[in-house]
Design a protein around this ligand. Structure first.
Ligand SMILES: NC(=O)c1ccc[n+]([C@@H]2O[C@H](COP(=O)([O-])OP(=O)(O)OC[C@H]3O[C@@H](n4cnc5c(N)ncnc54)[C@H](O)[C@@H]3O)[C@@H](O)[C@H]2O)c1
Ligand SMILES: O=P(O)(O)OC[C@H](O)CO
Length: 341
């Protein structure tokens, strides 16, 4: 199956850049979105003014608000809506799919019920279709401007991996392949938590040593969690692990970092999310990962501290001090010694 026609589901920043790369590679691409005004702007002025203002999109990219028309003839369908909408949106076209049509999630989130990653949601709804995940250090606003970046396509289906590599690789986008679907996808979801933590650190004006400590300990913590759940530890040394963690923890372009920054400045979570006006997947991911870590007895002090700040009104400064001295009051006890790993 060569990819000649593609659909992208979602009219936000990342859906638009994926659709634009495909169009740059002469793949006939239709992007589906709910907003008719944005669809019309993409078709006529070749811009997405709501999410990527100032970015010139490929004039061959077509947008539509007709979901069934978008997916009908697509060899591959990229799903790029927030995690809380994936099940509903995919269910609304699943019955129309032919078994050879592949589904690729670009969504870095977790579904609460059953702690399902998005590829697992796709496989549950469309059990006969090949499934994959695209994840890596991919800030949409930079890729929209065609700045150089790399990503990972992960799937258990080697033909699908090769085809997506061919479809997306171009002069500004390099695509690596992995068969660790679970690890690649979990890396993309987990790093959002630590981007929020890095936002606190930046807002408090902490030093470069502190930032490095946070990123490094975040990597240890997220790898420990992922390996306990069955991921390959080597995945966390690659683009979808440390790569995505570093960019999201360091860039104010990250929405998760911005939420952490706003809270670090003293804003409420509600205000921080309202101000952002876009999705910050890490907020819900933090809740679900904390619950899972407690259930499985996995030592995750940064997750526990971040939860106290976001949902229990703790002060970032107090939590940071508690984490340093090891006597941070948590209602959770851990089997692992505190400084192990
Ligand atoms: N923006 C990035 O830099 C980036 C990079 C890589 C991955 N991602 C991931 O991609 C996913 C989407 O992110 P984004 O940046 O495009 O988000 P976004 O907030 O820019 O856009 C989300 C889009 O989905 C639409 N949407 C929401 N609920 C919907 C529903 N029920 N039906 C139809 N459309 C719906 C919104 O209207 C919006 O157009 C997220 O999980 C994110 O983690 C984002
Ligand atoms: O803006 P964020 O925080 O959702 O992060 C965007 C991408 O996931 C970075 O790879």
């Amino acid at each position: 199956m060569d990819i000649q026609r593609a659909a992208v589901i979602g009219g936000g920043s990342f859906g638009t850049v994926v659709a634009n790369i495909l169009a740059d590679n002469q793949i006939q691409t239709v992007q589906w979105m709910r907003n008719e005004v944005v669809a019309s702007a993409i078709n006529t002025s070749h811009t997405n003014p709501d999410y990527l203002p100032g970015v010139a999109l490929n004039p061959e990219l077509k947008a539509t608000t007709d979901l069934l028309a978008a997916v009908k003839d697509a060899d591959v369908i990229f799903v790029s809506v927030p995690s809380h909408s994936v099940r509903q949106v995919v269910t609304s076209f699943a019955a129309e799919l032919k078994p050879e049509q592949a589904l690729i999630s670009t969504t870095k989130g977790i579904e609460h019920d059953g702690f399902l990653l998005m590829s697992q949601v796709l496989a549950e709804i469309c059990p006969n279709n090949p499934v994959g995940v695209l994840s890596g250090p991919n800030l949409a606003k930079e890729i929209g401007k065609r700045e150089l970046a790399a990503t990972v396509i992960a799937s258990e289906n080697s033909e699908l991996r090769r085809n997506v590599q061919d479809a997306l690789s171009c002069s500004y986008f390099r695509v690596y392949a992995s068969n660790d679907l679970y690890g690649v996808e979990l890396g993309g979801a987990l790093k959002n938590i630590y981007a929020i933590v890095s936002g606190f650190v930046a807002a408090l004006g902490m030093g470069e040593n502190t930032k490095s400590m946070i990123i490094t300990r975040s990597l240890a913590e997220m790898s420990r969690f992922a390996v306990a759940l069955g991921a390959n530890p080597l995945t966390f040394l690659g683009l979808a692990g440390v790569g995505d963690l570093v960019v999201t923890c360091m860039s104010p372009l990250s929405r998760n970092y911005r939420v952490g920054y706003a809270i670090g400045q003293g804003k409420t979570l509600e205000d921080a999310i309202k101000e952002l006006g876009e999705v910050a997947e890490g907020v819900n991911t933090l809740k679900y990962v904390r619950a899972r870590a407690i259930e499985l007895d996995i030592y995750m002090p940064l997750v526990m501290g971040a939860y106290e700040i976001l949902f229990n009104g703790a002060q970032p400064k107090d939590v940071a001090q508690g984490l340093m001295t090891g006597d941070y009051a948590s209602d959770v006890e851990f089997a692992l010694p505190k400084h192990e790993i």
